[in-house]
Design a protein. Structure first.
Length: 259
C-alpha cells in the first residue's frame, strides 16, 4: 500500500509547504498530496482553506500572489521544484460550492493547472492503472468537482485523474463514476472504506485504484492495507511508514525524475 503525505505532511507541518513536502518524501513517503487554489493574480497557490484567518477572513482568491507568499503560502511551481519527481504528487483542485473561488463549470483553476503542467512538459500518453500499480509515480489531479478532473482528463497531459468523495458517498457509487468517466483512482474517505470490507476487491474488479483519506491512526492504516487498498493519504506519513514495516528513506534515496 502506498503511503502518501496529507498536505505534504501535517505532522510536523506546517502543511502545504515546501518543507512539509520535502520532509514527507525524505521520511520515505511514496508521494504527497497538496491543495491548489488561485490567487487574485491568477497564480496557482498551495493552500487548503478558501479564507485565511487574517486579515478578517479574506478569501485567498481576492489576495495577491505577493501577499499570499508573504504569509508563507507557496506557489505550485515551488512545490513542483522540491518534489522533483520523487514518487507521486497529488494536486487537489479546491473548487467547492459556497466558497468564494467556486466557478464550476468554468474551471479556471483546473484550466490554469493544465496550462502550467503543459508548460512544464507534462505532455504525452496518460499513465494507466497498471503503470501506477507498478510504481510509475508522476502527477495525479484530484477534486470533489468532477468538472475539474474531467477538464484535466481531456487536456492530453501525461497525468492521471482521481475522483475525491465525501464521507457520505458510498464506495460503490464513487467507483461507478470513476470507471465510467475514465479516472484512474477513487479517493474515498477512510470511514466509507472501512465500512465496506470488500471495497478493495470491488475497486480492483472495476479497474480503478482505491486510495483513502485521511488516515490519522496507525491501526486504521493497517486495516486499510489488509483490506487491499492501493494507497492511504496520511497526516503523519513517517509514522505510518514505520508502523507498516517499511524502512525510512535516507535523505538522498530514490531516483529523481524530470518534472
Amino acid at each position: 500500500m502506498e503511503v502518501l503525505g496529507h498536505r505534504g505532511s501535517r505532522i510536523p507541518g506546517p502543511e502545504n509547504t515546501v518543507e512539509a513536502v520535502d520532509a514527507a518524501l525524505r521520511a520515505g513517503a511514496d508521494g504527497v498530496e497538496i491543495d491548489v487554489r488561485r490567487s487574485a493574480d491568477g497564480d496557482l497557490m498551495c493552500v487548503h482553506d478558501a479564507r485565511l484567518s487574517r486579515p478578517a477572513g479574506r478569501a485567498v482568491v481576492r489576495q495577491s500572489t505577493e501577499a499570499l507568499r508573504a504569509r508563507g503560502i507557496p506557489l505550485l511551481d515551488e512545490i513542483l521544484e522540491v518534489w522533483a519527481g520523487r514518487g507521486r504528487l497529488i494536486c487537489e483542485i479546491k473548487n467547492q460550492p459556497g466558497q468564494p473561488d467556486f466557478d464550476a463549470p468554468r474551471e479556471r483553476t483546473a484550466r490554469a493547472l493544465a496550462e502550467r503542467l503543459r508548460a512544464r512538459g507534462w505532455t504525452g500518453p496518460r499513465p494507466t492503472v497498471a503503470d501506477l500499480d507498478a510504481g510509475a509515480g508522476g502527477i495525479t489531479v484530484s477534486s470533489f468537482d468532477w468538472f475539474a478532473i474531467e477538464a484535466l482528463r481531456d487536456a492530453e497531459l501525461a497525468v492521471t485523474t482521481a475522483f475525491l468523495t465525501m464521507p457520505r458517498m458510498s464506495v460503490s457509487g464513487g467507483l461507478a463514476y470513476a470507471r465510467s468517466a475514465g479516472h484512474a483512482e477513487l479517493h474515498a474517505h477512510t470511514s466509507a472504506v472501512l465500512g465496506s470490507p470488500d471495497a478493495g476487491a470491488r475497486a480492483r474488479q472495476a479497474g480503478v485504484r482505491l486510495v483513502t483519506w485521511t488516515v490519522t491512526a496507525v491501526d486504521a492504516a493497517r486495516q486499510l492495507r489488509d483490506a487491499g487498498v492501493a494507497g492511504a493519504i496520511c497526516d503523519d506519513p513517517a509514522e505510518v511508514r514505520r508502523a507498516l514495516g517499511a524502512p525510512d528513506a535516507s535523505p538522498g534515496a530514490g531516483a529523481t525524475q524530470d518534472g
